[in-house]
Structures are given as structure tokens and as C-alpha cells.
Unconditional design. Structure first.
Length: 146
């Protein structure tokens, strides 16, 4: 799977572990930065990674900021993106199986790296269930036209 990846300055430390983990699993990582703890504006980085998914240049994206919330909000402004902020494994499973999320936003603050790695694994391996959930995804797509 081709994974677009981006962090702001708050995710710079955790990013190295996650990129290494993704590569060990055989995924191709397209890294949009930032690789520094110098303050940057998270919407710029969220737009690059989520934009790659929207343009079908990546299958999914993983974003990291302090809470995951800012990156998730920014990514969801891009047509075709369904970004989910996931802080636990259950949320990651539901984001994929019920919501067909294509972008994962993680928090770096007060989060164990092992937890984020587990969330990533679940997000990347859980399939969308379709069925009754597809009708809801179609309604979400219609909201993009408002």
C-alpha cells in the first residue's frame, strides 16, 4: 500500500518510529514532512498528504500532530477525504469498517508510541464493510457539494 505521511512539529519525534514500522510491513511511504521540531503550520502538511490521497497518488494517509484534531480537521476540508482522529484501536477499526476512512490522524501528546503503532496496523488492515454503511458514505459525499 502507498501511504502518504505528514506531521507537524509535535509529531516529529513519533514520526520516525511509524515510518520505520510502515516500511518493515512492506508499505511505500511518501513523506511530506515535517521532520523537525521547529514550529510549522499543520494545515500545510495535512493538505499535502490528504491531497495525495484525493488525487489517487496514495492509497491512504497518516497524519500526526499534538492531538490529531487539527490535522484531521484540515484534511477533512479536502474533497473525497474522510479523516478520522483515532486514539485507540476500537476507533481505528470502526473508522475503517463503518466509515471507510482514508486518512488516519494520530495524536503525539500523551500517547504511547506502541498504541499508535497498533492503531496504524488496525487502520491499514481493516476492510470497509460496505452494505448499510455504503449508503451513509454516499450521504457524506453529497455533503461535499453543499
Amino acid at each position: 500500500m502507498k501511504i502518504a505521511f505528514a506531521t507537524d512539529h509535535r509529531g516529529a519525534v513519533m514520526r520516525r518510529q511509524i515510518i520505520e514500522h510502515l516500511k518493515k510491513l512492506g508499505h511505500e511511504v511518501v513523506d511530506f514532512g515535517s521532520d523537525s521540531e521547529v514550529s510549522v503550520d499543520y494545515p500545510d502538511y495535512a493538505a499535502k498528504a490528504a491531497g495525495a490521497v484525493a488525487a489517487k497518488k496514495a492509497d491512504r494517509a497518516i497524519l500526526i500532530c499534538g492531538t490529531g484534531i487539527g490535522m484531521g480537521i484540515a484534511a477533512n476540508k479536502i474533497t473525497g477525504i474522510r479523516a478520522a482522529v483515532c486514539t485507540d484501536e476500537y476507533g481505528a477499526r470502526m473508522a475503517r469498517s463503518h466509515n471507510d476512512a482514508n486518512v488516519l490522524a494520530l495524536r503525539s501528546t500523551s500517547q504511547y508510541p506502541a498504541t499508535n503503532l497498533s492503531i496504524v496496523d488496525i487502520f491499514l488492515t481493516t476492510e470497509f464493510e460496505g452494505g448499510r454503511h455504503q449508503a451513509r458514505i454516499n450521504k457524506i459525499r453529497n455533503l461535499e457539494r453543499i
